[in-house]
Design a protein around this ligand. Structure first.
Ligand code: ADP
Ligand code: MG
Length: 399
């Protein structure tokens, strides 16, 4: 069954009637720019052809109910209670449900702030039923979280007549993830899910939230983007991710700047003098990565996609050696893909597992796939999931 059909089926099972409509939002691959978003820097992701679909209807009792094929036990609360649930009592809701409920909560707040409605923000809003289905792999670094947030935000924006901008919907998704779920992520994923376009990447300034749609030209150049999901799991809300954020904040404070975005490579010698080695290497990753992102956009426009391979490789080395967020399986995926002829390769996403991407000539896709699978088998690793993704449209109404 298609994802659309799954969402419809789940909605009908839940409510006994048809939905008002279907909305969807994509996962994303980050082409380059890792851990730069929360440092006010630059990222260059694209939305992919894997999507999360929500089938949505209204109800007249002011309650919101969510259900997902991910976990078919529905969760239901009064819209008016969302404000007591988030953020303090979020643990009372099963984690997956905090994504759509958190988006509803964040959108209520945005509306309340705009209309001066404060805590009564939910007063005039109709209740909602949401059924979620998805083909975005979960926890693979492809941002299934932003996909569920984006689909929920697009649906609620229409059904509640909120008339919010795409950027405002992305912000609501991020707020849900940060405060309702408790994962301290930046805004890149939500912006990619909201603003993505076919055959294009989103060059995003995470400080101003100015976004440029940049044609990628992979297909005319005969290139495919291969995702290598290592199936090693990561957890954003814990451990390494938080530590990396703290190191970046420390580095910015030592340098007397608001965010690492405000530094250039010219500042690195002074940073090295002022900081311990670990903090310095974290800073160096972010500063050089910001430059690589801008370089990638320039290079792509001037010379085409084949010319960005070296920047992808350099990005991976920086994450492996300076930011230390790679794992042996990601290094193996990247090294093997490159040795088998990839134009460039890097881990993508927050790190500590998840996926790598490789830019590969269409004709070489079978060879690179086979080489990676063989290398994983030889190393005694679980079989990786290797597949192609294509730059695709952002959140939209589908039916
Ligand atoms: P990623 O975004 O890289 O896939 P995250 O840990 O950020 O990984 O988000 C994954 C979480 O998002 C899941 O554990 C689940 O809680 C929620 N989620 C994602 N997709 C769905 C879905 N289709 N239905 C319900 N929850 C989902
Ligand atoms: Mg995520």
């Amino acid at each position: 069954m298609t994802t659309d059909a799954n969402a419809r089926r789940l909605f009908a099972d839940l409510t006994g009637h048809d939905p008002v409509g279907l909305w969807s939002a994509p996962g994303r691959v980050n082409l380059i720019g890792e851990h730069t978003d929360y440092n006010d820097g630059f990222v260059f992701p694209f939305a992919i052809d894997f999507r999360t679909v929500v089938a949505v209807g209204t109800r007249d009792d002011g309650r919101i109910r969510v259900v997902s094929t991910f976990d078919e036990v529905p969760v239901e609360v009064a819209l008016a209670d969302l404000d007591t649930l988030f953020p303090d009592r979020r643990d009372e809701v099963v984690e997956w449900a905090r994504y759509p409920l958190g988006v509803a909560w964040a959108l209520q707040h945005a509306r309340g702030a705009r209309d001066g409605g404060g805590a009564d923000a939910s007063a005039s809003l109709p209740g909602i039923d949401i059924a979620v289905a998805s083909d975005v792999p979960v926890g693979a670094g492809l941002s299934s979280s932003a996909a569920i947030e984006g689909a929920s935000a697009a649906a609620l924006n229409d059904i509640w007549n909120l008339d919010e901008s795409r950027v405002a919907l992305a912000r609501a998704g991020r707020r849900a993830e940060n405060e309702a779920v408790g994962a301290p992520t930046g805004i890149m994923d939500q912006m990619a899910a909201m603003l993505g376009e076919r055959d294009a990447g989103i060059f995003l300034d995470c400080r101003s939230l100015e976004a440029e749609v940049v044609e990628l030209g992979f297909a005319p150049a005969g290139l495919e983007v291969l995702v290598i999901d290592t199936r090693v799991t990561h957890a954003h809300s814990t451990g390494g991710y938080g530590e990396r954020r703290a190191a970046c904040e420390r580095g910015a404070a030592i340098m007397g700047v608001e965010a690492l975005r405000d530094l250039t490579t010219d500042d690195l010698p002074r940073a090295q003098e002022l900081m311990d080695d670990v903090t310095f290497r974290r800073v160096r990753h972010v500063v050089t990565e910001d430059e690589r992102v801008q370089d990638a956009v320039r290079t792509l426009r001037a010379e085409g996609p084949r010319a960005i391979g070296g920047l992808l490789d350099a990005s991976h080395a920086s994450m492996r050696d300076d930011f230390e967020i790679s794992v042996p399986e990601l290094d193996l995926a990247v090294d093997t893909a490159r040795a088998a002829g990839a134009v460039g390769a890097r881990m993508t996403g927050g790190g500590f597992g998840g996926s790598a991407i490789a830019l590969v000539d269409r004709d070489l896709v079978p060879d690179v796939t086979a080489a990676v699978e063989a290398a994983f088998a030889e190393a005694g690793c679980a079989k990786p999931h290797v597949f192609t993704v294509h730059p695709s449209a952002g959140a939209r109404r589908d039916a």
